[in-house]
Design a protein around this ligand. Sequence first.
Ligand code: FAD
Length: 412
Amino acid sequence: MAKPETTQHHTVVVIGAGAAGTSVAASLLRQRPGLDVAIVEPSDVHYYQPAFTLVGGGAYSLAKTARPQAETLPDNARWVRAAVTELQPDTNTLLLSDGRKLAYDILVVTPGLKLNWDGVEGLRDAIGRNGVCSNYDPAMAEYTWQCLKAFQGGKALFTQPPAPIKCAGAPQKIAYLAADYVRKKGLSGSSELKFYAAGGALFSVPDFVPPLTQVAKRHNVGLLMNHNLVAVDGKNKVATFRFTNSAGEVSEVKENFDFLHVTPPQCAPDFIRNSALANAEGWVEVDQHSMQHVRYDNVFSLGDASSLPTSKTAAAVRKQSPVAAANILARLSGRGLDASYDGYTSCPVVTGYGTVMLAEFIYGGKVTPTLPLSPFKESRFYWHVKKRVLPPFYFDYMLKGKEGDIAHKAID
Ligand code: FAD
């Protein structure tokens, strides 16, 4: 006789204990300590991903980006150590990689996004060897630094895939750090640095394009837009791009390299793309202000996996999490959802060793700095904020569900 299926029920089930899942769960439990919250998370390490850029540039240790998951999860949440494999929103249930089934009253979908290493021919095989590196994987970020130290002049390429990606500034940041490093080593004369982006603009917010173009110019980094990396031959050190010209004609461009930093294409995780929660692009389809699902009113999503039309960053999650938590508690008590997210996100664009241009903006690309400093100027202060203030702020404040904040304001 078949064994009867046992289904464990929790009031709130959170999928993924990254920046978003952990901070929302912590916020819910700070406000309602007795709430029955389960977090499904397969990994036993929590990484502070925003510092991966600095690891790749040799300015931060990988060890400092990692904490045991058991330390970062809220004490009074139940940790379900498995991966979600299937969503069943019509029955308020989901399936886990170990065969178990969970049921919920409220579902919070925060598994981040999928790095699609197979989206570029040859990349999976090439990465981590022959000067092909990426800051997007913690297992790889230290190799970027090894490659940079080993670089003796020649051609260094940096790629950015089609949007959306997490931290849209990260592909540029490593290019500027590399350029600064090459200059300090006295290799500028014998080096050629090129930044290849699949999209048509250097940055999604037009106001930041001129100052960032100046940064690239100062560093002598060539900017090639509308070039999408489609293949990497690591052994022969050749990168292939698909170039689309202004008339829409497509051609193939091949480029030799000595150093290649790849930002892989990114997409929604498969179990979301294949579910009724997904929009046409695969992301969890939520209202952009309340973060409530547009068809399933007991489902919420934020962070990289969500359809929120803003830049995917931990900084965005910091502002999304209190709003999502407030709306989840309102939904549990049968009240209206009053809390609203304005699309705030920020990207500390590292422009060299010791300088950062802090791009902060909301929906519609409106620039909204938090501090009264020019957002378009490179700043030493923001370098220290990125390197020394934000990591402890993330682990000890944001992930703990603490929410006091300085308001951001639109500039005139
Ligand atoms: P994540 O933090 O990625 O967490 C997702 C979690 O879900 C993970 O723990 C994962 O194990 C888990 N998970 C995945 N699949 C499943 C499943 N099937 N079942 C259960 N759990 C699952 N942001 C900034 O604010 N500033 C920066 O300067 C910055 N720089 C960055 C540089 C790099 C190189 C990278 C890679 C990222 C950077 N970011 C930056 C982006 C930032 O790290 C992400 O936007 C943020 O972590 C998103 O949070 P999240 O919770 O949505 O996803």
